[in-house]
Design a protein around this ligand. Structure first.
Ligand code: BES
Ligand code: ZN
Length: 440
């Protein structure tokens, strides 16, 4: 089978880690990855009760050479809303050099880049040019509890000089990028309880507290109309980009108008005045609401004061914010913003620290050289607003940097309907990883 045929096979497995109904599919994806890694001397599926398996493999047959820990994830985000897909999310379609499917870019296509690079090196040379450990997880999109417990408990097994991760984006088509900063995250739910049960809004309206209204008050109390988070102390640890970084960002080829129209697709951009788009997406924290549940949302009308409202929310964190500190600040701010007559609670679902990579690390220069060779253009150093929770953990527990070599494109639609992966990037990625490993 060609790498592309393998990608199609991988994408057909609906490994949605957040949805318990897909648990057997998530396992099937883990087994699929393990079978592909079977070309290495050692492969294992690591299990834990109630968790999705980790796939671990290693080849330690290059004495004196560096050891790299390759990381990826075989799970995907839920495909909803299904009616917005032009073709079913788990039936890959190839059109104009792109493959469309949930996980095409994030992160099955990019995980397969790493695996295929190893397979091709082994097939061609019979050996790998350096020592390789591979750790592929199935919970990246839904909290990552398994890997979070596994890594600190197996620091010797996982010891390496650096991690290599293909799970980020290039800055623009044809313009290779190394990502040297990711935001962290605090994800949780705000639960607001009011009356003991749903009430007639005519009979009780005027005296009964409304949890939906209270939720709106709480949410809007956490961030002002300028996009500035009003939680006391929230920005205390925020480290501005260095002057060199700010200069480099200012010289990136970027048209804000075009970005607003084509990528964001909204009439205007929002956010803190005085901060650039790169500042706002890479170097400033955020507060976002993902969904609000409660009351009546069916067709037609129902006059009710709901008893409960729940909002799913997240905060992205930047260096040097600490998720534990942020959680305490959020809890205090929710309590302070709670109006009379209701109770409100912030329930943490998961958190991950922000991370940054020292751009002067020698392996970063080698990675940049490999990218530049494959794409024929100078590699740019960027950050990303997304989170890859394991990057911070690799730094904290293994003491290693992560080389974030991403092959996604800004319009690949990660987490959106019609997610795609640009196939020339799939092939160039495979080539780049091989060039990089051989250059060590
Ligand atoms: N691959 C993404 C993160 C990403 C996207 C990095 C684009 C750089 C550019 C990753 O799989 C992801 O989406 N992570 C989640 C983590 C969260 C659920 C803890 C995210 O950022 O929302
Ligand atoms: Zn990903």
């Amino acid at each position: 089978m060609t790498p592309l045929e393998k990608l199609v096979e991988f994408l057909r497995i609906p490994s949605v880690s957040a949805d318990p109904a897909h648990t057997p599919d998530v396992r099937r994806a883990a087994e699929w990855v393990a079978a592909e890694l079977d070309v290495l001397p050692h492969v294992e599926l690591i299990e834990a009760p109630g968790r999705h398996p980790l796939v671990y493999a290693e080849s330690l047959q290059a004495p004196g050479q560096p050891t790299l820990l390759l990381y990826g994830h075989y799970d995907v985000q839920p495909p909803d809303p299904l009616d917005l897909w032009n073709s079913p999310p788990f039936e890959p379609v190839i059109k104009n050099d792109n493959i469309y499917a949930r996980g095409a870019c994030d992160d099955k296509g990019q995980t397969l880049i790493l695996i295929t690079a190893l397979q091709q090196l082994l097939a061609r040379d019979g050996r790998l040019p350096c020592n390789i450990k591979v750790l592929i997880e199935g919970e990246e999109e839904s909290g990552g509890e398994h890997i979070e417990a596994f890594v600190p408990a197996h620091t010797e097994k996982l010891a390496a000089d650096a991690a290599v991760i293909c799970d980020t984006e290039m800055f623009a088509p044809g313009l290779p990028a190394l990502c040297v900063g990711l935001r962290g995250i605090v994800y949780g739910e705000i639960h607001v309880h009011g009356p003991a049960q749903d009430l007639h809004s005519g009979v009780y309206g005027g005296v009964a507290p409304n949890p939906m209204m209270a939720m709106a008050e709480i949410l809007t109390a956490l961030k002002n109309r300028d996009g500035h988070i009003t939680i006391p102390g929230f920005y205390d640890a925020v480290r501005p980009p260095t002057p060199e970084e700010a200069r480099a960002w200012a010289s990136l080829p970027f048209d804000e108008e075009h970005y607003c129209q084509t990528e964001v697709g909204s009439p205007a951009l929002t956010g803190e005045p005085g901060f650039s788009v790169f500042d706002r997406t890479w170097a400033r924290p955020t507060f976002e609401v993902h969904g609000i549940r409660g009351g009546f949302i069916g067709e037609g009308s129902k006059t009710v004061i709901p008893a409960v409202a729940v909002a799913k929310v997240s905060f992205r964190l930047v260096p040097d914010q600490d998720p534990a500190v942020a959680v305490d600040q959020i809890k205090a701010a929710v309590a302070a913003a709670t109006p009379k007559g209701v109770t409100a609670e912030f329930k943490l679902l998961h958190a991950a620290p922000p991370s940054s990579v020292d751009p002067s690390h020698p392996l970063i220069a080698k990675a940049a050289a490999a990218l530049t060779e494959s794409f024929g253009r100078e590699t740019v150093y960027i950050r990303s607003g997304g989170s890859i929770p394991i990057v911070g953990l690799f730094r904290q527990t293994l003491g290693i940097p992560s080389i974030l070599m991403g092959f996604g494109l800004p319009d690949d639609g990660l987490h959106s309907p019609n997610e795609k992966f640009h196939l020339p990037n799939f092939h160039k990625g495979i080539e780049t990883v091989q060039t990089f490993l051989k250059s060590l």
